[in-house]
Design a protein around this ligand. Structure first.
Ligand SMILES: [Fe+2]
Length: 417
């Protein structure tokens, strides 16, 4: 039995396979673009290593699209096949990934909590637990799963960035910034810690500091996967948006955001859609951008990987004039919601679907429908997941719909007085 760089036992006799697991851990914690390659390299050395197969499955599941899911299933089947003589931790992890694959996120979360209780050095399980909490909008447990293993990981500064992001989501800005800065001071190549501090500065409207912080670290992001590369630049774009420098925002969209995105990647698509809509809300004409983006959304219509993602897609489809696709997607969302287990059905039926209706209405200039649909769910927006900064978009849409309606309401009011 060999141990990986986190000191965790791995069921393999191959040093190359264990080195690959250590590299995968590092790639995951730095959001590196070589995560899958290092796993494949490890499998060349030991094709029977269950954990390498499970990590590959997790990598594909995190892509949150149907094609990647099929690949995840293949790796998961191999992980299960080779799981007869593996450790308890490895068995628990494979069960957690299996639960994710069948969308039993509640089960996956419980397993990651068990793993991190019993094996607190397993930061991949901490990270994946945080990921699930993020998309369930459970900020308290998002920070707890990282904080609880701090005593056993004082030497691992990646955990500090993970805690920092959780603290920021819980509005504990001072501690979040201190943790994020500490992580970065120990290791400048920690893009998730950069991101946590960026969130603090965004939340506190420290625009110039935010730009200076992120731009001073952006040179370290070249080895990031496209999700975090484009998302960190998205945060920089938000600062420039606050400054009113729309030209700069468009330039960043064309270079570091949609310009550098994997066009088929859901998370990259979401970031680009979010930025275009934010520009629109500032009165910038981005009409020419919608079609060139929305054309990539056709495979998304029936996926329903995450409610948070669907809301972005459906707006972009409606805004680009793909009305039939938007309608088809809305119906499909409803059917999907009915098929879900009860713990998550309410998130879709009572929050996501009214927001989807409101967004389509907004794209079509039907502002009263936007207001009607949004008003009832505003206090529950966190249930669709995403960060505060990301969800702020929906509140802005609601506020703008109200503003657009104001002249009409004044006119009606005047006509009856
Ligand atoms: Fe963010």
């Amino acid at each position: 039995m060999l141990k990986d760089a986190q000191g965790l036992e791995v069921s393999t006799d191959s040093h190359e396979a264990v080195d690959a697991i250590s590299s995968f851990t590092n790639q995951s914690l730095t959001y590196g673009k070589e995560a899958l390659n290092v796993v494949k390299q490890g499998l060349l050395a030991d094709s029977t290593c269950a954990m390498l197969h499970a990590y590959a499955a997790a990598h594909f599941l995190s892509q949150e699209n149907e094609q990647a899911n099929s690949q995840a299933i293949r790796y998961l089947q191999a992980a299960i096949k080779y799981s007869t003589n593996i450790t308890e931790r490895e068995k628990l992890y494979i069960k957690a990934i299996s639960a994710w694959a069948i969308k039993r996120i509640d089960v996956a979360i419980a397993l990651h909590e068990t793993i991190t209780d019993k094996y607190p050095r397993d930061l991949i399980s901490v990270q994946q637990g945080q990921y699930h909490y993020f998309y369930l909008g459970d900020k308290e447990r998002l920070v707890n799963i990282a904080q609880k293993v701090l005593p056993q990981n004082e030497d691992n500064y990646f955990l500090y960035g993970m805690v920092a992001f959780g603290l920021e989501q819980c509005h504990q800005y001072e501690q979040a910034e201190a943790m994020g800065r500490m992580a970065t001071s120990y290791n400048r190549n920690d893009p998730w810690a950069h991101h946590a501090v960026a969130h603090v500065m965004e939340a506190q409207a420290r625009i110039d500091e935010g730009i200076a912080w992120m731009e001073s670290l952006a040179d370290t992001w070249n080895d990031c996967n496209s999700m975090l590369y484009t998302h960190n630049w998205w945060h920089i774009a938000l600062y420039y948006l606050e400054r009113g420098n729309h030209q700069k925002v468009l330039q960043l969209y064309n270079t570091h955001i949609w310009g550098r995105a994997r066009k088929d990647s859901p998370k990259d698509q979401v970031g680009a859609i979010s930025l275009l809509l934010r520009l629109e809300l500032r009165g910038v004409d981005v009409s020419e951008y919608w079609q060139s983006l929305a054309i990539y959304l056709l495979p998304r219509l029936h996926e329903h990987a995450l409610a948070f993602q669907d809301l972005h897609y459906i707006y972009a489809l409606a805004r680009a004039g793909y009305t039939d696709w938007a309608n088809e997607m809305r119906l499909s969302m409803y059917q999907h919601a009915l098929s879900l287990p009860s713990y998550i059905r309410r998130q879709w039926l009572e929050v996501a679907i009214p927001v989807a209706r409101g967004l389509v209405a907004y794209a079509n200039g039907e502002y009263s429908n936007t207001v009607i649909n949004f008003k009832q769910v505003l206090p529950r927006l966190h249930e669709i997941g995403g960060s505060h900064a990301q969800r702020q978009l929906f509140k802005q849409v609601y506020q703008d719909a109200n503003l657009q309606l104001a002249p009409t309401l004044r006119y009606i009011s005047a006509s009856i007085s």
